[in-house]
Design a protein around this ligand. Structure first.
Ligand code: ZN
Length: 567
C-alpha cells in the first residue's frame, strides 16, 4: 500500500480522521481508526476467514501499513469483545511494531491472554482490563464503556468523548430482554448520550435485513430443555466455542436432567476453561466426562459439546460426519443440534456435513428447523431504536456486507436523517469529520488487506497468491541444468519436472520436446556470446519459450521455473 498523497494530507484542527481498515463490505476483519492531529485510537482488530482456503490462505487481516507509518501516534487499541473477527489480528498488529496498550473487558482480556500466549507476545504487551461503565482516557479521547448483549459474554459498546464531540461505537450488539448472563443492555446510557449530543454513531449492520425483533437466549434455553429431556440417544450440541453463555446453559440444563457432558475440540476445551476461570460456568466438575468414556454411560445421558459448526475441514464434527472420528460414532436415535448460524459463504460445506450426519443415522436439527440458535446481532427495529436513543448528527454503518450498509443507511433516513448526514463507506476510505461536516476525502489505492497462510501463520503477498493461483490452475514445469559459465556448455541436465500438468503416460512428449527446446536455447545463447553479442537472459527466454511450446501442445500456459546452476 503506497499512499504518498495520504501521507502528505494533514488533519486540520477541529476535525478527526476516521479510517475503516476492515469490516465495511464484509462480515469480518473489523478494524477502525479514529485519528486526531496528535493521536490515534484503534477499535477492534479482527480476522476474516478466507474463502481462498484452497490456496492455503486461511484468513485475511487488515493491512497495517497506515498504522505502521504512524506507530508512535497510536495510543490505545480497544477491543469491543472476544470474537475472532474483532481480536484475531491483534498479534499481527503487534508484530508490525504497534505497541499501544490493549483495552478489553474481563472476558475479552482472558481471550487476548490466550491468543498472545500462543504467539509468544504476552510478556511484551500490556492488557488493561476495563470494567463495564468505567472510563479510560488518552489526551484527546475519553472512552466510556457500557455492556451490550451479544453472542459472547462481556461485549462492550464505546462512548468516546473527542475534542469535537461524542462518537458512539456500538460494537456487535443486540437487545436481549432476557440474556443468560447479565442484564439487558442499559438504554439509559445511550439516551443520556443522545441528550448530551452525539456527533457520530457507528453501528453494527449484520442483521439489518431481518425485520422482526431478535429472539432471546432464553428461547434457546427452553428448546434445549425439551430436547435434552426427550433424548433417546447421544446428543451432540455443535456451537461456537466462544459462546460461553450458551455453554453454561447446557451445563445448567444437564445438571437439571442429570446428564454428563464431554467436550470435543481443542478450542471448546480452552474456552470452557476460560468460562470456568471467569466464573460463568460453575460446579461443572462432577458433570464433565472424558470423550473416551462416553460408552460407560447410557447414551441418552450424555451430551457432547463440539466445535465445527461451519463444516470446517479437519474439525471434530466434520470427522464425525465422515464416520472417521476415533471416539464418536453416531447411531440411530442420536441427535446433532447445530446451535449456531451458518456464516454466509459456508453454506455448501455445512450442507454437505449435515447430509453426512444424517447418513450416519443421526437426526440433525438446525436453525431453519428448530429454535436452537438465536443471533447475537440487532435486527432492523433494534437498530432503529439505537438511532432514536442516540440521535446522532452523523451516521456511519459498520460491520456488514455492502448491501447491509446500504440498508442500514436507509434506516437512518427513516428516522429523519438527511443524505448529507449519512455515509456508506468502504474499507480504505479516509473520512473527515468536523462539527459541521462528514465526508470521504480520499480513497486508498488498494483495499487494505493482507493474506495469512494458515500453516505458516504468516503473511502472503498478492504476488505469492497470484503464483499459487496460477500453479493451481495450470501446474508447473521446472527446468534444471548445470552450466560451465566460461564456455556456456551444459555439464549436467537438463532435467525437466512436470507438476500438475498431465498424467504420467502423457508426459513423455512434453518432456522430450521441452528438453530439445532447452538445449537449442542454450546453444543459441552460447553462439550469441561467442559472437560477442550482449548476454541474453537465458532463464527468461526458457520461461517464455517453454510456455509457448506447452501452449501449442495442450492449449494452456503453465508456470515455468528455470534453475540454471553455474559451476
Ligand atoms: Zn461478535
Amino acid at each position: 500500500m503506497t499512499d504518498l498523497f495520504l501521507d502528505s494530507l494533514s488533519i486540520e484542527s477541529g476535525t478527526l480522521r476516521i479510517i475503516p481498515l476492515g469490516g465495511l463490505g464484509e462480515i469480518g476483519m473489523n478494524c477502525l481508526i479514529i485519528e486526531s492531529p496528535d493521536e490515534i485510537i484503534v477499535i477492534d482488530c479482527g480476522v476474516l476467514f478466507s474463502d481462498l482456503d484452497h490456496f492455503g490462505i486461511e484468513f485475511v487481516i487488515p493491512d497495517f501499513t497506515y498504522l505502521k507509518n504512524r506507530a508512535d501516534k497510536v495510543k490505545a487499541i480497544i477491543l469491543t469483545h472476544g470474537h475472532e473477527d474483532h481480536i484475531g489480528a491483534v498479534p499481527y498488529l503487534l508484530k508490525n511494531g504497534i505497541r499501544a496498550p490493549l483495552y478489553a473487558s474481563p472476558f475479552t482480556s482472558l481471550m487476548l491472554r490466550e491468543k498472545l500466549t500462543e504467539f509468544g507476545l504476552l510478556q511484551s504487551t500490556e492488557i488493561r482490563t476495563f470494567k463495564m461503565g468505567g472510563t479510560f482516557s488518552t489526551k484527546d479521547f475519553k472512552v466510556t464503556t457500557t455492556s451490550v448483549n451479544h453472542s459472547i459474554v462481556d461485549a462492550a459498546a464505546l462512548i468516546i468523548d473527542t475534542p469535537i464531540g461524542k462518537i458512539i461505537h456500538t460494537g456487535d450488539f443486540k437487545m436481549d430482554p432476557s440474556p443468560f448472563f447479565g442484564q439487558r443492555m442499559d438504554e439509559s446510557v445511550f439516551k443520556k448520550a443522545g441528550e448530551e449530543g452525539v456527533l457520530l454513531l457507528l453501528s453494527d449492520s449484520t442483521n439489518v435485513e431481518r425485520h422482526s425483533h431478535s429472539q432471546s437466549e432464553a428461547d434457546v434455553y427452553g428448546s434445549f430443555d425439551k430436547l435434552f429431556a426427550a433424548a433417546e440417544g447421544l446428543t451432540m450440541v455443535a456451537m461456537f466455542s466462544s459462546n460461553v453463555a450458551r455453554m453454561a446453559q447446557v451445563f445448567d440444563l444437564a445438571k437439571k436432567t442429570n446428564k454428563k457432558i464431554a467436550l470435543c475440540g481443542r478450542s471448546m476445551e480452552k474456552n470452557f476453561s476460560l468460562g470456568v476461570e471467569a466464573g460463568f460456568i460453575k460446579h461443572s466438575a462432577d458433570q464433565l466426562i472424558r470423550l473416551d468414556d462416553i460408552d460407560s454411560y447410557n447414551r441418552e445421558d450424555v451430551i457432547v459439546l463440539t466445535t465445527g459448526t461451519q463444516g470446517e475441514y479437519r474439525s471434530a464434527l466434520f470427522r464425525v460426519a465422515q464416520g472417521e472420528h476415533s471416539l464418536i460414532d453416531l447411531r440411530e436415535g442420536d441427535r446433532v443440534l447445530m446451535s449456531s448460524r451458518f456464516i454466509p459463504g459456508n453454506e455448501k460445506e455445512v450442507g454437505r456435513m449435515i447430509n453426512n450426519l444424517f447418513k450416519q443415522g443421526a437426526d440433525v436439527l438446525y436453525e431453519a428447523t428448530h429454535l436452537i440458535h438465536v443471533s447475537g446481532h440487532a435486527t432492523r427495529p433494534e437498530l432503529k431504536m439505537m438511532m432514536e436513543w442516540t440521535k446522532p448528527k452523523f451516521f456511519l454503518p459498520i460491520h456488514g456486507e455492502y448491501r447491509m450498509l446500504v440498508h442500514h443507511a436507509r434506516v437512518a433516513t427513516e428516522v429523519g436523517m438527511k443524505d448529507e448526514q449519512i455515509l456508506v463507506a468502504s474499507n480504505g476510505d479516509v473520512l473527515s469529520i468536523g462539527k459541521e461536516h462528514f465526508q470521504i476525502t480520499y480513497q486508498m489505492e488498494e483495499e487494505p488487506r493482507t493474506f495469512i497462510d494458515g500453516r505458516m501463520m504468516n503473511e502472503v503477498t498478492k504476488d505469492i497468491l497470484r503464483d499459487r493461483r496460477k500453479l493451481g490452475e495450470t501446474g508447473g514445469i521446472f527446468v534444471l541444468f548445470t552450466r560451465e559459465p566460461d564456455t556456456g556448455n551444459i555439464v549436467a541436465g537438463p532435467e525437466v519436472i512436470l507438476r500438475g500438468i498431465v498424467t504420467p503416460e502423457h508426459e513423455e512428449l512434453i518432456l522430450s520436446k521441452t528438453r530439445e527446446l532447452v538445449l537449442r536455447l542454450v546453444r543459441e545463447a552460447k553462439r550469441a556470446k561467442d559472437a560477442g553479442k550482449m548476454d541474453t537472459d537465458l532463464a527468461e527466454s526458457i520461461r517464455v519459450e517453454v510456455r509457448r511450446l506447452v501452449y501449442s501442445i495442450l492449449g494452456k500456459k503453465p508456470v515455468v521455473i528455470p534453475f540454471i546452476l553455474d559451476l
